[in-house]
Design a protein around this ligand. Structure first.
Ligand SMILES: C[S@@+](CC[C@H](N)C(=O)[O-])C[C@H]1O[C@@H](n2cnc3c(N)ncnc32)[C@H](O)[C@@H]1O
Length: 259
């Protein structure tokens, strides 16, 4: 697969297995019986619902929010064993009334693609709604590649700067969301949820590498990254490259303790 935009259904499908393996199980245990009416913010094609719904007590109803109607139409048909409703919505303008009746808010791979005001608005809506929330798989800004390459650090720094372009939160998202919840008196906890990609994940690893290096080059066109990408893709094709892409799962609970 060549370059795929970050919200393309092909990219979301390619990462779904790695996401499922990476998700922390610990916050799921904290949900208890509060997963009956679940708001999935930025649901994409419903990857999180496919993973989480079988782990929660039934019956469940999922309220699926996204601004992309094409993704919503897939998601509303794909949460197993639950009723669903789809809402086309800009999450940067979310209000607590939009979450009325929901007992749990979830999101996956969302916070890092929002701006600080959008994170703050969203956190305000969730806190005012008074339900617990699980924001999973937010980028942490740390990547470990094995074998190491002298250019790894420069590519990683340029990628992180690209993630922060135009005021997007990128790797600062979890810190910003925690601070915003703390201001509203809502306790949070974080859990590591790294992708661990090796020989069996060749297609995802190659697509991720192309996106990672491509974004770094867009940010810093002087980086000598073309030969780097060729080298890394060749290692990947031989099953000789291993990557840990760090993410964080954030749990926010108005009834919880800060840790
Ligand atoms: C990286 S994708 C993750 C999709 C899905 N949660 C998953 O894990 O596969 C981010 C999703 O958030 C949605 N999104 C991003 N910004 C949004 C906004 N301001 N309002 C509504 N949806 C948004 C995108 O359309 C996309 O579906």
């Amino acid at each position: 697969m060549t370059d795929v935009p970050p919200f393309a259904p092909e990219w979301l499908a390619l990462r779904e297995d790695a996401d499922a393996r990476a998700r922390s199980r610990e916050p799921v245990g904290l949900i208890g019986d509060r997963g009956r009416v679940v708001a999935d913010l930025g649901c994409g094609t419903g990857s999180l619902g496919r993973w989480l719904s079988p782990r929660l007590p039934s019956p469940q109803h999922w309220v699926l929010f996204d601004r992309d109607p094409r993704l919503l139409s897939v998601a509303e048909r794909s949460v197993p064993g639950a009723t669903t409703e789809a809402r086309r919505h800009d999450l940067a303008a979310l209000r607590s009334a939009d979450l009325s009746g929901c007992t749990l808010v979830v999101a996956s791979a969302l916070l890092d693609v929002l701006t600080r005001p959008a994170v703050d608005t969203l956190v305000g809506a969730v806190a005012d709604a008074g339900c617990p929330a699980l924001f999973s798989l937010t980028v942490a800004g740390r990547v470990e590649l094995s074998p190491a390459d002298p250019l790894d650090g420069a590519v990683a720094r340029a990628f992180d700067a690209h993630q922060r372009r135009g005021g997007l939160m990128g790797p600062d998202a979890v810190g910003a969301a925690r601070a915003s919840f703390a201001e509203r008196g809502v306790a949070t906890r974080t859990f590591p949820s790294p992708w661990r990609l090796g020989g069996e994940d060749g297609a995802l690893l190659a697509a991720w590498l192309r996106g990672w290096v491509g974004a770094a080059l867009e940010q810093d066109p002087d980086l000598p990254a073309d030969a780097y990408l060729e080298r890394r893709l060749e290692e990947c094709s031989r099953g000789a490259l291993f990557a840990i892409v760090h993410h964080t799962d954030l749990w926010a609970d108005p009834a919880g303790d800060d840790r």
